[in-house]
Design a binder for this molecule. Structure first.
Ligand code: BES
Ligand code: MN
Ligand code: ZN
Length: 523
């Protein structure tokens, strides 16, 4: 799909379709009103006859509107003007694209991007419209023998801004929207791929492709490297599988090497059978999605590199399968993590934390400014927050605030959950430093508590995306979340570094001179 930004009046567009909004009840937006005037009330006549009330998401396609230069006009219902906010804007764009795809129009000019949305500027509206269009166009049909070609006709979309002075802001926003949407598409593809294709080796190959395309540095650690580093916890999960585990490290340097990196760590279990603590059969296929954390961090680093953000961002992916086998870990086994802390594996299905803890210790060597891990970690998180919000935990409140506000701006919400010491008691083991499960109560929180024991050396946040990374049922498929949240977070960090917005009470992000980095202070 080709996109462009334009400013100009709707009646003068020589195009296959002009898309304008109508509020409930029958109130014309500015662009609709211009078309109505030039056509001597043609549109308001039709509305008066009751063909479109303006209900959110409704559409009406008109042909040959008098005195216009376009072939078609698509009217899109926006709902009540006073209630037109983020979600309504998304819905309006989505219904417009769906209606357009039903027509034969190869191109269209959207005036919906000019409609005011509460608290959202033109940049936000363009960025989000772009993402919604990608979302409507996304298909995962590479394993179908016949492809559906409905989307092929629509080839070019123009998004309108009301003033010429907004053109360059609009173009920047369009490029950001595309970078984020393409990161989401990558995350969705990886998530949707079956476990027999998307193995740890496949993830490493994908990382290599991204590295080649965007000039990133890539390092892939193999099982013997992990052994040498003492990653007994990660290896204990991998050992029941025939697929070799990998630890993927992708590095994007958009800033001076002295600027401390933001490290994103993603859980990459390419299939989670539960291991010896085997999961029930029903719905087990969905455990191919247990690498969506990995897919997210790969999608996000790609979007950061495509946006050329002036930051250093690393993506670290511990990846393996969790399978039952004669040599698989058993309940009661005790392993030693890279940090030296010992873990009693009471349930082999709580494997995500076992691979993440070694990755969290490993990233200390980068002296990170911030570490955010992303994981489809617990079914309990779905019980707590459903499929609406990602679970957000942090050992630093400022970081939690940054992430949750990034989530709101991105319409990819996360909810700050408690990480209080009182919950840590549930991880007590009689035989090792800790158990890998904390019982049924507060299962998402105790999983985060487990991780927090490995993330003491830096500012850290954890995103539990068990409920948000994919959809089940008829619309089964990966969502690409939380690529928008993390991309927005990184854009915010880039703005802070460039002095566009104040640092959030954390002045020092650069290490001391000559690559000799300052030690991280213990709080
Ligand atoms: N990958 C699962 C979490 C999960 C389950 C995500 C269902 C999305 C849907 C994770 O490895 C797991 O199995 N967690 C267990 C932990 C339990 C054994 C403490 C869970 O949530 O049941
Ligand atoms: Mn599991
Ligand atoms: Zn899992």
């Amino acid at each position: 799909m080709e996109f462009s930004i334009k400013s100009g009046s709707p009646e003068k567009q020589r195009t296959a379709c002009v898309v304008v909004g109508i509020f409930d009840s029958r109130k014309l937006t500015l662009a609709a009103d211009l078309l109505d005037r030039i056509s001597n009330g043609y549109i308001s006549d039709i509305l008066r006859r009751g063909d479109l009330e303006g209900k959110l998401g409704s559409t009406l396609l008109l042909h040959n509107v008098p005195h216009t230069l376009c072939d078609r006009v698509l009217l899109v219902g926006l709902g009540r003007e006073r209630e037109f906010k983020d979600a309504e804007y998304h819905t309006a764009i989505r219904s417009a694209v769906k209606a357009l795809m039903e027509t034969g129009a190869p191109e269209a000019v959207f005036y919906l991007t000019e409609v005011p949305v509460r608290k959202r500027e033109i940049a936000w509206r363009i960025e989000h419209a772009t993402q919604v269009v990608y979302e409507c166009l996304y298909r995962f049909d590479r394993f179908k023998s016949k492809q559906d070609d409905a989307r092929r006709q629509l080839r070019k979309l123009t998004l309108s801004v009301s003033r010429r002075s907004e053109l360059s802001i609009g173009e920047d926003a369009l490029r950001r929207g595309q970078a984020i949407a393409e990161g989401m598409d990558l995350a969705k593809d990886l998530g949707n791929l079956p476990g027999n294709v998307c193995t740890p080796t496949y993830l490493a190959e994908t990382a290599k492709e991204i590295a080649g395309r965007f000039s990133l540095e890539l390092e892939v650690l193999e099982a013997n490297d992990m052994e040498a580093l003492g990653m007994g916890s990660l290896l204990s999960v991998a050992k029941g599988s025939i697929q070799p585990p990998k630890l993927i490290v992708l590095r994007y340097h958009g800033a001076d090497k002295k600027v401390k990196p933001i490290v994103l760590v993603g859980k990459g279990i390419t299939f989670d059978s539960g291991g010896i603590s085997l999961k029930p059969g029903e719905g087990m296929d969905e455990m191919k999605y247990d690498m969506c954390g990995a897919a997210t961090v790969l999608g996000t680093i790609q979007s950061a590199a495509q946006m050329k953000l002036p930051l250093n961002v690393y993506a670290v992916v511990p990846t393996c399968e969790n399978m039952p086998a004669g040599n698989a870990s058993k309940p009661g086994d005790i392993v030693t993590s890279m940090s030296g802390q010992t873990i009693e594996i009471l349930n082999t299905d709580a494997e995500g934390r076992l691979i993440l803890c070694d990755a969290l210790t490993y990233v200390e060597r980068f002296e990170p400014d911030t570490v955010v891990d992303v994981a489809t970690l617990t079914g309990a998180c779905i019980i707590a927050l459903g499929h609406v919000a990602t679970g957000l935990y942090a050992n630093h409140d400022g970081l939690a605030r940054e992430l949750s506000s990034a989530g709101e701006d991105a319409c990819d919400k996360a909810w700050h959950m408690p990480l209080w010491d009182e919950y840590q008691d549930q991880l007590k083991s009689n035989f090792a430093d800790m158990a890998n499960i904390g019982g049924r109560p507060a299962g998402s929180i105790t999983a985060a508590c487990f991780l927090s024991r490995y993330a003491k050396a830096y500012e850290w946040a954890h995103l539990d995306i068990a409920g948000t990374a994919w959809k089940s049922g008829k619309e089964k498929g990966a969502t690409g979340r939380p690529v928008p949240l993390l991309s927005r977070f990184l854009i915010g960090r880039a703005d802070q570094l460039e002095g566009k917005v104040p640092m959030r009470g954390r002045p020092k992000r650069v290490t001391e001179a000559d690559g000799e980095s300052a030690q991280h202070d213990e709080d």
